[in-house]
Design a protein around this ligand. Structure first.
Ligand code: B12
Ligand code: SF4
Length: 427
């Protein structure tokens, strides 16, 4: 069969549609590992083409037998448009990923079949059923996928090339259970599964790119595993960025040093809020605000870059949170700060509690892109929340602040991670 794997772009909105970062991603970012993972379990008799709509236009005039579309919640509207258009042309459509897993019945209205949850084991079965004309309306893994046993993602699919950061996933799941996080509330999401180090190294050795991004939720969940990973990475002459949590990075200097030796140039950390009350309400157990500044300093002392993610709108946030955040993170000299609105993704405890309190005022999923307020905040109006975040963004992303951070990045030991400096102009 001739299969098209499709990743839809998010609906264009004022805040994200004109973001110049899109053009940067076009050049540097690899396609997500989602379909490369599924390609690895696709029997070789099938041909696969991958289109990432964020970087390539979809051509409907083709002879695909099957189109597999993966979608998050904010991209679901576009995913359904694409699905409808392919079905109108008589092509069989499969929808999978985060949103169809949460709303299989909704997705089914736009697809011949819907895959809920992990696709690694059901995908080959689905292809077999399709071949025999016995496609079922819904597919779902009965058991937790044996992640360590999965083959190495297949990166030889036909798709646009030219990116210089490659992505890989070495763990699945996160046991931290933050109340707003989709990852931890999907089936088996709180079980942290690990890939064997030798398989990971084999995969990395096969990559031509020097720069890697570990898409794992956090590489500090199992420090013993990460130590083995970093030790094995030492001789591969790669540079990489990865995600980690404050609780471990604050305490484990050895791990930080090892990450540097392994080629790490940037740790991305979800600080989320400088209000301890908000952190507690969000169930962010890994975060103590007293440990934020010293953690950034420790990483900087080793010459590592720090990307810091922040969320506004939690119930502990008062109107002064915006100025306080600007002051705090200016002091820490973060290399890349990133800001989002708290978003109640369906399936999370945050969604359940806001729904129970009747505080969610929009279920237009295309607004669930972290750039729109979709619920009533506790201590301010939605407009105040929106204006407050705009002020933070305007301040932190002013030309002079971007330049200051970029110069600091290039001037520091981690200047090798060109993207850290450049990213500041594309946030
Ligand atoms: C890396 C990443 C990104 C990268 C993607 C990198 C790239 N090259 O483009 C970037 C930074 C661009 C990104 C952007 C966004 N992301 Co993101 N991202 C992730 C992350 C950390 C890893 C994704 C990954 O690689 N997983 C590994 C693959 C193998 O797993 P998978 O995608 O789940 O696929 C499996 C199954 O779901 C299933 N499956 C999936 N699709 C399909 C399709 C078919 C046909 C089939 C059969 C099966 C199937 O089979 C796969 C194998 O088991 C996840 C969190 C996580 N830990 O997974 C968040 C996550 C997916 N992102 C999320 C969000 C919110 C966003 C953004 C909105 C953020 C923003 N404002 O920019 C955008 C949305 C972009 C879009 N177009 O939809 C949310 C989605 C929540 C939701 N309910 O939709 C997540 C879950 C984070 C979170 N904790 O909330 N993201
Ligand atoms: S630590 Fe990160 S990935 Fe883990 S549950 Fe919290 S937000 Fe999600």
């Amino acid at each position: 069969m001739n299969i098209l794997f499709l990743i839809p772009s998010m609906a264009r909105t004022k805040t994200n549609g004109i973001n110049p970062a899109r053009y940067l991603w076009r050049v540097i970012l690899a396609p997500p590992v989602t379909f490369e993972t599924l390609a690895a379990v696709t029997p070789p008799e099938h041909t696969i083409r991958l289109i990432d709509e964020r970087t390539e236009k979809v051509n409907f005039n083709t002879d695909y037998d099957l189109v597999g579309i993966s979608t998050t919640t904010p991209a679901s509207r576009r995913a359904y448009e694409l699905a409808d258009e392919f079905r109108r042309r008589g092509i069989t459509v499969v929808l999978g990923g985060w949103h169809p897993s949460l709303f299989p019945q909704e997705a089914k209205q736009h697809a011949d079949t819907v895959v809920s949850g992990e696709g690694d084991e059901v995908w080959p079965q689905l292809l077999q059923d399709m071949k025999h004309g016995q496609l079922k309306p819904f597919y779902m893994s009965e058991n937790m996928v044996d992640f360590p046993a999965l083959p190495v993602p297949k990166r030889t699919m036909q798709h646009r090339r030219g990116f210089f950061i490659n992505e890989l996933q070495v763990t699945r799941g996160c046991c931290n259970g933050c109340k707003y996080c989709s990852t931890t509330y999907r089936p088996y999401g709180q079980i942290c599964r690990l890939r064997p180090i030798d398989k990971v190294i084999e995969e990395i050795e096969s990559m031509r790119q020097k720069y890697l991004y570990f898409t794992d939720s956090s590489l500090t969940l199992n420090p013993a595993y990460t130590i083995q990973l970093f030790t094995a990475l030492k001789n591969l002459n790669k540079k990489f960025a990865c995600n980690g949590n404050v609780n471990v990075l604050f305490r484990d200097k050895e791990l930080i040093k090892l990450s540097l030796d392994a080629g790490c140039v940037e740790w991305a950390i979800g600080f989320e809020s400088i209000s301890q009350e908000s952190l507690n309400l969000l169930g962010k157990q890994t975060n103590k605000i007293d440990e934020f500044a010293p953690t950034v300093k420790k990483l900087h002392d080793f010459g590592l870059g720090v990307k810091g993610n922040f969320i506004f709108g939690a119930d502990g946030d008062h109107p002064d949170i915006f100025n306080k955040t600007i002051d705090a993170i200016s002091d820490w000299e973060l290399d890349i700060p990133a800001f989002s609105f708290l978003t109640p993704f369906p399936g999370t405890p945050l969604y359940q509690s806001l729904e129970a309190e009747k505080r969610i005022f929009s279920k237009d999923w295309s607004l669930y892109d972290l750039n729109h307020v979709v619920f009533q905040p506790k201590h301010m109006s939605p407009q105040e929340l929106s204006d407050g975040m705009q002020k933070v963004r305007d301040t932190m992303y002013s030309f002079s602040n971007n330049l200051k951070r970029a110069v600091r990045c290039f001037g520091s030991k981690h200047a090798s991670f060109v993207a850290t400096g450049i990213q500041n102009f594309f946030i």
